[in-house]
Design a protein around this ligand. Structure first.
Ligand SMILES: C=C(O[C@@H]1C=C(C(=O)O)C=C[C@H]1O)C(=O)O
Length: 362
């Protein structure tokens, strides 16, 4: 992975954007009237960058696939009327070409395109020599390397203003979210590329407008640099994604209730109080690792007995007992059972690796 990517914070992009960057707009452009009404109302709520789908990648054929390029002059009209910037999704060099000719301000690459390196490379090639901000949504599957690969392809084309959008990951409808947030993936992205602006798309994570506030707040709590939220002046009549769109008024209300957090601690008093607690955490972490090392030595010893006596490494009866008791112990210590389960699954996998080394050793 190329960690030397040159990425710019939003404040250093080639155009001026407010920070945090709040982008809002309809899932799809439907009619000139719908666009005008929605944008006009969003501007009243302080939104200055609008999103809208022109070409829509839909799961099944014969559903509404966007009105297509006829929307571009409608967009140009509202841009001129309200003085807003406009972001649209592109999925092919032809889309890039039309979007640039229509003077769009921001392009984004959708999750279903990010999964395909051929598609991303084609889009990247069509962007050579053009410096427009490009936002790259995560691939639909939780594959961080694929997301990074798409960012690298666009960066290598010479695009200097790049952002990532976390829109959640496909699931089997077994969670309350349309797309699972799986926060560890964007957090890992942010830790690998601290300067990469990261936006959250709570609309596609939630699939339901009632959950959006919570996810939007969580994103800001995790130091995301902005949000991209679907909004339509008549959400229930929307031609796509009706359940997750907010009216501009509700969106304004949501934004007003969001708490924007400071990224750094600028108060020296608070800083020194945190330092004291962080030193204690360092100490506890050290002890956790010493105990894990002690546990691993015992596991190794058990491995040696197994080898001597020709006994299988994986002992389900014992493992089931460990896996049952530890979450109970955790609960009594005010820790989540699910956390203990995940932790002990990791520990068990490492134990098996260690005993395999013992078994295969001389
Ligand atoms: C340590 C052992 O080997 C394996 C590792 C276990 C563990 O890490 O707790 C439990 C059962 C075994 O699958 C053992 O048999 O006790």
């Amino acid at each position: 992975m190329n960690k030397d990517l040159i990425l710019k914070k939003i404040g250093d992009w080639n155009q001026d954007f407010s920070y945090p960057l709040f982008i809002a707009g309809p899932c799809s452009v439907e009619t000139p009237e719908q666009l005008d009404q929605t944008v006009g109302q969003l501007v009243e709520q302080g939104i200055s960058t609008i999103r809208a789908g022109v070409w829509k990648p839909r799961t099944r054929p014969n559903s509404f696939e966007g009105v297509g390029a006829i929307a571009l002059p409608w967009i140009q009209e509202v841009k001129a009327k309200y003085g807003v910037k406009f972001a649209i999704e592109v999925a092919s060099p032809a889309h890039v070409d039309e979007a640039l000719r229509a003077e769009m301000d921001v392009l984004w690459i959708g999750a279903r395109s990010t999964v395909n390196p051929f598609t991303v490379q084609d889009i990247a090639d069509s962007l050579k020599g053009v410096d427009i901000p490009v936002l790259i949504k995560n691939p639909i599957n939780p594959d961080l390397a694929l997301w990074i690969g798409a960012i690298e392809r666009i960066a290598q084309a010479g695009v200097s203003s790049i952002g990532a959008i976390h829109r959640g990951f496909s699931n089997f409808n077994d969670t309350k979210y349309r797309n699972s947030p799986t926060w560890q993936i964007p957090i890992e992205l942010k830790s690998l590329f601290p300067d990469l602006p990261l936006l959250c798309d709570p609309s596609h994570i939630c699939g339901n407008r009632d959950l959006i506030q919570h996810i939007a707040q969580k994103a800001l709590d995790l130091s995301f640099d902005g949000l991209i939220i679907e909004s339509h002046y008549q959400p229930d009549k929307a031609w796509s994604d009706a359940a997750q769109q907010l009216t501009p008024g509700s969106l304004g209300n949501l934004l007003q209730h969001l708490k924007t957090r400071k990224v750094a601690l600028d108060d020296p008093e608070l800083q020194s109080q945190l330092e004291v607690i962080r030193e204690q955490i360092d100490h506890v972490d050290r002890e956790i690792l010493e105990l894990l090392s002690q546990r691993m030595s015992l596991v190794e010893k058990v491995g040696q007995y197994k080898k001597l006596n020709n006994v299988a490494i994986l002992q389900m009866e014992r493992w089931n007992k460990v896996f049952q008791t530890r979450p109970e112990w955790a609960k009594s210590l005010n820790l989540k059972e699910s956390f203990a389960k995940d932790l002990f699954k990791l520990i068990h996998t490492e134990s098996i690796k260690k005993q395999t080394e013992v078994m295969e050793g001389e």
